[in-house]
Write a protein that binds this ligand. Structure first.
Ligand code: FAD
Length: 384
């Protein structure tokens, strides 16, 4: 790939920042354009599985990242009504790579610190992308910033602009689609009466589930309640909708100061990723945003960055790099999507099917449950 001009990366989320750092590791310069004027607290907690952490570990300062989050040993599935454990799945990898829970803002700040230390990344906050066109064998990106409008000319534009991707709309790819599910996200800052969960805990019930885990280095608890979007009324009603659930979960709901409603959207699996004669590629949620039921959206965005940087570094041409990238990533993304669909069915089973599910899971050993996800968590980034 031509290296004389920097690549443009749209969006300074998980995909965009990791992308810039993975390019910099290969001496490829980039300009990261982010429309938000500051990287502030957007989003809530994230689980980061070993497949994603192996990419981040190569950027250095893993101990600092671990200190901003909490290492989880297990994911415990519980009955929604009683809270009794159904199964506990070990999640730490055999090679010692941890499974972390962390606030999205803490991960983003950690990535932004690495970006600030890299002479090969030019991060431009408060700069939105308003247009993209093929131009003179490359791509022209029109930008709008407080200091004035302008354009950037680059060999490649990497669109990492999230599930609502304005660039996808500019390309006529349509909107992200409603999934029919809604997430309520909240945090518990006062843990004096309610100790943080040990690892990741999930409560399963008909049509709904809840997930809790520590964030902010264990000083807070992140709580997510997922329910059908049609039930959305207001947060004040939430406690009533979960009032027949485990009392400990009820206490957590009561302890959350305020919940934020998060309608869950997804990108259709058939969305094409390569555009404008291979001068533009979509990555992260812009390419394949999906329901968070396998906790893999950010992880896939981070994996995308490592794999794309590798292809851009090694392939003989830009089209070859983008083709090679897509051929490698599509099957994995499809497999994760299938797992998400499986979790959606299984988590929300009604009675009495839920009893059968619980009985089947209870008979499985923790090791055999962990083996189900080995293909996902035992992924290694390309060398380089
Ligand atoms: C309830 C919930 C729970 C989740 N839990 C997990 C989890 O446990 N583990 C996990 O791995 N994932 C999880 N996810 C998914 C994860 O949050 C996303 O997959 C991830 O943030 C996607 O990263 P991204 O960089 O592609 O997009 P984003 O993080 O959305 O970043 C996109 C960036 O692009 C910027 N941008 C947009 N338009 C423009 C423009 N025109 N010009 C310039 N900049 C622009 C935005 O401001 C933003 O900074 C969860 C999601 C939800 C909703």
């Amino acid at each position: 790939m031509e290296r004389a001009r920097p690549v443009v990366v749209a969006g300074a989320g998980m995909a965009g920042l990791t992308m810039a750092l993975e390019l910099a590791r290969r001496d490829i310069a980039s300009i990261v354009v982010e429309r938000a004027p500051r990287l502030e607290e957007v989003g809530a907690g994230l689980q980061l599985s070993p497949n994603a952490l192996r990419v981040l570990a190569r950027l250095g300062r893993l101990d600092d990242l671990k200190a901003r989050g909490t290492v989880a040993e297990t994911v415990t599935l519980r009955r929604g009504d009683t809270g009794r454990p159904i199964a506990s799945v070990p999640v730490a990898a055999d090679d010692g790579t941890p499974y972390l829970s962390i606030h999205r803002a803490d991960l983003q700040a950690w990535l932004a610190d690495a970006v600030a230390a890299s002479p090969l990344v030019d991060l431009r906050l408060g700069t939105g992308i308003t247009g993209v066109t093929q131009h003179g064998g490359g791509i022209r990106t029109d930008i709008s910033a407080a200091g004035g409008d302008g354009s950037l000319h680059a060999p490649l534009l990497i669109a990492a602009d999230g599930v609502n991707s304005p660039i996808s709309r500019m390309l006529g790819l349509g909107e992200a689609v409603a999934t029919g599910a809604l997430a309520w996200r909240g945090r518990i800052a006062d843990l004096s009466a309610l100790p943080p969960p040990a690892g990741i805990e999930a409560w399963l019930g008909p049509r709904r589930h809840a997930v809790a885990y520590p964030i902010a280095g264990g000083r807070e608890t992140n709580l997510v309640l997922i329910e059908p979007a049609t039930d959305m009324t207001d947060a004040a009603d939430l406690a009533r909708r979960f009032d027949r659930w485990d009392r400990r979960l009820g206490a957590m709901i009561a302890a959350v100061g305020s919940f934020t409603a998060w309608p869950l959207k997804g990108v259709p699996p058939q969305r094409s990723w390569r555009h404008l004669d291979d001068r533009l590629i979509l990555i992260g949620d812009a390419a394949h945003g999906m329901l968070p039921y396998a906790a893999q959206g950010a992880a896939m965005a981070i994996e995308d960055a490592a794999v794309l940087a590798d292809h851009l570094d090694r392939a003989p041409s830009l089209p070859a790099a983008l083709r090679g990238y897509e051929a490698e990533r599509r099957p994995r993304i499809d497999r994760v999507r299938a797992r998400v669909a499986f979790h959606r069915r299984v988590y929300h089973l009604p009675f009495p099917l839920s009893l059968a599910r619980n009985a089947v899971l209870a008979r499985r050993s923790p090791d055999s449950l962990a083996r189900d996800l080995a293909w996902l968590y035992d992924w290694y980034p390309p060398r380089g």
